[in-house]
Design a binder for this molecule. Structure first.
Ligand SMILES: NC(=O)c1ccc[n+]([C@@H]2O[C@H](COP(=O)([O-])OP(=O)(O)OC[C@H]3O[C@@H](n4cnc5c(N)ncnc54)[C@H](OP(=O)(O)O)[C@@H]3O)[C@@H](O)[C@H]2O)c1
Length: 329
């Protein structure tokens, strides 16, 4: 008889589900689907955007696991009035997101996309023209958001010989700070002028929305490269577009955006911002795929992290990666 009953809203692909079942302790009983199971006695619900009926059907419900990183606004609105249900994330895609952040950084800093486009048409002229590339070794990376993604990206960049300063909300708290200089968010304006690269790996919360606007972009040096893999609206898109167009910063690599397709039909015809970033050759654009579970290994990791969280709950240990619903991450 399972000791922990779990309901999961979205059924994973068959291979992933099989892997999840292999990793789960026999003490975890799992039901799947968008219908309320019978009996409705699950203690843990796995869903990113839980329907109200699944939140209310089981009186035993005590935890919601969002099977990725982040707290969608509608979910936050639902959970703020339900303090008896603890919310958790998985952060399973931290490494793949960090890798895309570094890929975007390298592509933007080296202007790889325009070089690739030119050579595809037989045009070698960029080889003989001015070189706008930035060499990253010895340069300062400012990581805004020093969580699972920011730390891993920092580690890779240290390996390339970059100096790293990180900003987090609770920089003053005791605990492992890692090998990087860690500063409180209040120091941001002092740090921007000495940042050669600004990597945004923040969640979107009331405090982080528009954290990087016209004033902050103006504080960056002209040669700065900005990478955003957190959430689009942390950076004001109008101000960013103008800074890139006018050359007040050199380049950007962006995985997260402002407009997303509303349905399957609009997937091939939705510009990701109201501003024409696609006209700028100093921007590398990526369609929010950094942590996408379509990458086979990431889906394996997702199932393994989910199983570890559920197995912990089944054996009475704390579920990892708690989310502070008030703070929004
Ligand atoms: N592009 C993608 O596909 C993709 C994939 C995964 C994640 N993401 C995004 O990346 C975000 C970060 O992911 P993660 O796994 O690294 O999350 P995380 O481990 O929760 O880290 C979040 C970091 O942001 C910092 N932070 C939060 N609010 C802040 C504020 N007001 N000022 C300064 N720092 C603040 C936190 O500070 P403390 O450490 O002091 O709490 C923490 O260091 C996610 O929330 C999600 O939005 C995107």
């Amino acid at each position: 008889m399972p000791q922990l009953r779990v309901h999961m809203l979205h059924e994973p692909e068959p291979d992933a589900l099989q892997h999840l079942r292999r990793c789960l302790s026999p003490e975890v009983g799992l039901t799947l689907g968008n219908e309320v199971p019978e009996p409705a006695d699950y203690e843990v619900l796995v869903a990113g955007r839980p329907p109200v009926d699944l939140l209310e059907a089981s009186e035993a419900l005590r935890a919601l696991i969002i099977p990725w990183a982040g707290l969608p606004e509608p979910t936050r609105d639902l959970m703020i009035g339900r303090p008896g249900i603890a919310v958790h994330n998985l952060h399973h895609n931290d490494i793949s997101t960090a890798e895309i952040a570094v890929a975007l950084l390298l592509a933007a800093a080296k202007f790889l996309v325009p070089l690739d486009r030119a050579l595809r048409s037989g045009d070698w002229s960029p080889r003989y023209g001015p070189n706008r590339s930035t060499m990253l070794e010895g340069r300062r990376l400012l990581v805004l958001g020093y969580g699972a993604v920011g730390r891993h990206a920092a580690k890779i960049c240290r390996g390339m010989g970059m100096k790293v300063t990180a900003v987090r909300r609770r920089a003053g708290e005791a605990g492992a700070q890692g090998p990087d200089e860690v500063r409180p968010v209040e120091d941001l304006h002092d740090l921007l002028p000495v940042a050669d690269v600004l990597l945004v790996a923040l969640p979107l919360t009331e405090k982080t929305r528009d954290m990087i606007g016209e004033k902050e972009l103006a504080l960056l040096p002209e040669h700065a490269v900005l990478v955003n893999v957190g959430r689009g609206p942390v950076v004001d898109d109008g101000a960013l577009y103008e800074a890139l167009r006018d050359g007040t910063i050199r380049a950007a690599g962006l995985d997260v955006w402002y407009n997303y397709p509303k349905d399957a039909e609009s997937r091939a015809s939705t510009f990701p911002s109201d501003h024409p970033f696609h006209e700028l050759d100093n921007v590398v654009m990526s369609p929010h795929r950094a942590g996408d579970p379509g990458i086979e290994r990431v889906e394996v990791l997702r199932m393994e992290r989910l199983a570890a969280s559920l197995n912990a709950a089944a054996s009475g240990e704390p579920i990892p990666c708690p989310v502070d619903v008030q703070e929004g991450y």
